[in-house]
Design a protein around this ligand. Structure first.
Ligand code: IPM
Ligand code: MG
Length: 365
């Protein structure tokens, strides 16, 4: 029997309620497989700052260090509430980036996927969605602007100024490109390289390294796309994309656009993969404090993140597929969550927990 310790960091806002639904699904997987999940809750995020005086308390650090995998809900508060927390302790800077650095989760996989049967959720025309959208964005997650040197102060003209650096060394770039190529090789053998080499020197180095890495993947076709053009192409012709690879900030922005073309960020799970088997899994969206506690959030992204954990951390590829299929079947049956459809649009609206229950029912069927 395989035993896995999973750190559960429910987070802020809608985090706890969507986490409950993910855990329901994990229980089903546990019941019918030769596997045991030890789920350990730990404080993380803005709530942790108020209750423990730190948005990433020591006990949580100790737990993520020993856990076999970490699942994490969204963190953060609304703009006004955030201001009650010192800038560097705010959970994005004080907890999330340190978590990424601690586990060195340099490879962030963000699937942007909508089967044809769910194309009614997309704001794009049916002919644009065609046979369905199915791409995966590979985002570098521990470098670039997010982690570069930062300084601010008063300059020689007496003006407040700020400078933050977009920094990468060649190993960081090579590591993420290898992930992109590997994934492309295992799928359609096309890699979209997203860059801005007409302006940024970081992209020039990125592309230089790409040429070197590409030698090991003669069967993968590389298509170069400038990041701004990629944004347009995602709307006009999303089905041309399969695997896209990009630096941290580009990935932050384009993956939110990915959620937009699907119809909601609620459909955006992600896997954050590090070195030495370390990994954590999280929805790509925020904590939506405005709807927290109302049971209207869509737990798909959280449950999908758990599916990615089953696949990438525990090698349970078939069960991961079953989870995706179950979620998509629930939606294809004419159900929706409130992020995806307006009332009166001919679908039956499900609450957060009703969606989780339906997925469990499907999984067991
Ligand atoms: C994401 C989020 C985070 C990011 C925030 C919460 C710091 O937007 O995972 O995309 O910018 O990376
Ligand atoms: Mg983001």
């Amino acid at each position: 029997m395989n035993k896995y310790k999973i750190a559960i960091l429910a987070g802020d806002g809608i985090g706890p309620e969507i986490m409950v639904e993910g855990v329901k699904v994990l229980k089903v997987i546990e019941e019918r497989n030769d596997v045991e999940f030890e789920l350990v809750d730990a404080p993380f995020g803005a709530g942790a700052w108020f209750s423990h005086g730190s948005s990433f308390p020591e006990e949580t650090k100790a737990l993520v260090d020993v856990a076999d995998a970490v699942v994490k809900g969204p963190i953060g508060l609304n703009h006004e509430e955030s201001k009650k927390i010192p800038v560097d302790e705010q959970p994005e800077r004080g907890a999330l980036l340190p978590l990424r650095a601690r586990l060195n989760t340099y490879a962030n996989y963000r699937p942007v996927s909508l089967p044809k049967s769910l194309s009614h959720f997309s704001p794009l025309k049916a002919e644009v969605v065609g046979e369905g959208i199915d791409m995966i964005m590979v985002r570098e997650l521990v470098g670039g602007l997010y982690f570069g040197e930062k300084e601010s102060g008063i300059n020689e003209n007496g003006k407040r100024y700020v400078r933050e650096a977009l920094e990468y060394d060649e190993d960081q770039i090579r590591n993420i490109l290898v992930k992109g190529f590997d994934l492309a090789q295992s799928r359609k053998k096309v890699l979209h390289n997203i860059h801005k080499s007409n302006v940024l020197k970081s992209s020039v180095l990125w592309n230089e390294i790409l040429e070197e890495v590409a030698v090991d993947y003669p069967d993968v076709e590389v298509r170069h796309t400038l990041v701004d053009a990629a944004a347009t192409a995602l709307c006009l012709n999303p089905t041309q994309f399969d695997v896209m690879v990009m630096e941290n900030m580009f990935g932050d922005i384009l993956s939110d656009q990915g959620g937009g073309i699907l119809g909601s960020l609620g459909l955006m799970p992600s896997a954050c993969l590090g070195t030495n088997g370390k990994a954590y899994y999280e929805p790509s969206h925020g904590s939506a404090p405005d709807i927290a506690g109302q049971q209207v959030a869509n737990p798909y992204s959280m449950i999908g993140s758990m599916a990615m954990m089953l696949e990438y951390s525990f090698g349970m590829v078939d069960e991961a597929r079953n989870v995706w299929d179950a979620m998509q079947a629930v939606f294809a049956d004419g159900f929706s969550t409130s992020d995806l459809s307006k009332p009166g649009s001919g679908v039956t609206m499900l609450s957060t927990s009703e969606f989780g229950d339906k997925v469990v029912e499907r999984l067991k069927a």
